[in-house]
Design a binder for this molecule. Structure first.
Ligand SMILES: Nc1ncnc2c1ncn2[C@@H]1O[C@H](COP(=O)(O)OP(=O)(O)OP(=O)(O)O)[C@@H](O)[C@H]1O
Length: 246
């Protein structure tokens, strides 16, 4: 499997503290990957580096084929290159409808400077309906985003990210604050999305990771401690000691 994203020996320190310590791992095209690890393991810093928010002190992050260094790009260029990031708290426009939120995201994709004064075309109406249905919000399309449940807002934001047609989606703790039914729908959504793009899920909730049924990378002190199926990594004595045994 060729790598879509190659994290190559990156390190970063904050005030002398190594948050990421010689971290290396690859993500393939159309792969679902869970990244887990105890508090302070470096999960957020890893996402910050991949999206250009934080610059590593050493190492490289390579993207696509032929591989290009993401370290030469700023945050906007990285997003345009095809990396979307879903933060934990949904940031949708609460006073706008689901359709309007998706329309704005589509428009921002085509021309980030021309959102104002834009009228939806027939073409974009079809695409908005398609995105809404992809994230399970077809029946909510005329509702204001502020009226949606927490889970539905998260799906709307995922739909808005999909409007940018990312090749890699980084998703931070998608199950947090969701009901059981919402978690199940989110699992199905992420599994489905990963059939046509890479999806990296950073998650604390082991039950949720188990349902994703994918390769797991365990981070500890800014490095990879173990990698493989959830059963494989949870049998690893080092993982039991630093993470599960806590
Ligand atoms: N800007 C910063 N300045 C100083 N220290 C930082 C900074 N960002 C992160 N750190 C430290 O780096 C380490 C890794 O943090 P990071 O947030 O990446 O871990 P995490 O795995 O995402 O943790 P959590 O599960 O708690 O979100 C932590 O010890 C944190 O305190």
């Amino acid at each position: 499997m060729s790598a879509l994203l190659e994290v190559d020996s990156i390190s970063v320190s904050f005030d002398g503290f190594k948050a990421i310590d010689n971290l290396s791992f690859n993500i393939g095209d159309a792969e679902l990957r869970a990244v887990i690890g105890p508090n302070g393991a470096g999960k957020t810093t890893f996402m910050d580096i991949v999206t250009g928010k934080t610059r590593p002190d050493a190492g490289d992050v390579k993207w696509g084929t032929p591989p290009k260094s993401l370290l030469k790009m700023n945050e906007a260029q990285i997003a345009r290159a095809g990396i979307g990031r879903k933060f934990q708290r949904p940031t949708v426009f609460e006073d706008q409808t689901v359709a309007d939120n998706l329309t704005m995201a589509l428009k921002a994709n085509r021309n980030p400077f021309a959102v104002l004064g834009w009228r939806p075309s027939v073409d974009s109406t079809g695409k908005v309906a398609e995105l809404a249905s992809e994230v399970g919000l077809a029946a909510q399309i005329t509702r204001k985003a502020g009226e949606l449940s927490h889970g539905q807002k998260q799906w709307l934001e995922i739909g808005m990210l999909l409007a940018q047609e990312p090749r890699l989606l980084l998703v931070d703790e998608p199950a947090a604050g969701m009901t059981l039914a919402e978690r199940e729908q989110t699992t199905a959504l992420l599994v489905r999305l990963a059939q046509t793009r890479a999806v990296v899920v950073v998650e604390h909730d082991m039950d949720f990771v188990r349902r994703l049924n994918c390769k797991v990378t365990v981070l500890h002190q800014g490095s990879v401690l173990a990698e493989g199926s959830l059963d494989h990594v949870t049998r690893n004595p080092d993982v039991i000691e630093v993470y599960l045994g806590r």
